[in-house]
Write a protein that binds this ligand. Structure first.
Ligand code: HEC
Length: 107
C-alpha cells in the first residue's frame, strides 16, 4: 500500500514538474515574440537579427551584464523614465515574459 502511494506521489511530482517546465518555456517563447514585435526596431533581440540601432544594447548584452537583476529589469520596463528608451506601456505579464526571454540569454 505504501509503495503504491510512493509511486502515485512520484507520478504526481513528475506531472507538476512537467507543467512548470512547460510554462517557463511558454513565457520565454512569448517574450521572444513580444521582443521581435516591439523591441527589434531598436534592439538586437536574438542572435540571428541583422538590423537594429547600433547605439542601443543588444538583449544578449543586457542579459549577460554583470549587474543583471530581474527585479530591476522589470521595474525599468514598467517605467523607463529618464532614458532614451520609450515607454511601451507593457503589461505585467508581457514584462515577465520579456524578462524570462532576456534572462535566457545568460550563458
Ligand atoms: C525606439 C527605440 C527602442 C525601442 C522600440 C525599445 N528600446 Fe530599449 N532602449 C532604447 C534605447 C535608446 C536604450 C538606451 C537607453 C539609455 O541609455 O538611456 C534602451 C535601453 C533598454 C534597456 C536598458 C539597458 C541597460 O543596460 O541599461 C532595456 C532593458 C531595454 N531597453 C529593453 C527594451 C525592451 C524589452 C523593449 C521592447 C518591449 C525595448 N527596449 C524597446 C531604445 C528602444
Amino acid at each position: 500500500m505504501n509503495r503504491m502511494r510512493g509511486l502515485q506521489c512520484a507520478i504526481a511530482m513528475a506531472l507538476v514538474l512537467t507543467v512548470i517546465g512547460e510554462s517557463a518555456a511558454a513565457d520565454r517563447a512569448r517574450g521572444r515574440s513580444i521582443a521581435q514585435r516591439w523591441c527589434s526596431e531598436c534592439h538586437v533581440v536574438s542572435p540571428g537579427q541583422l538590423h537594429a540601432s547600433d547605439t542601443v544594447p543588444t538583449f544578449a548584452q543586457i542579459g549577460q551584464a554583470e549587474q543583471f537583476d530581474e527585479a530591476r529589469l522589470s521595474a525599468f520596463l514598467a517605467a523607463p523614465h529618464h532614458s532614451r528608451m520609450p515607454d511601451l506601456s507593457l503589461t505585467r505579464s508581457e514584462i515577465a515574459d520579456l524578462v524570462a526571454y532576456i534572462k535566457a540569454q545568460r550563458p
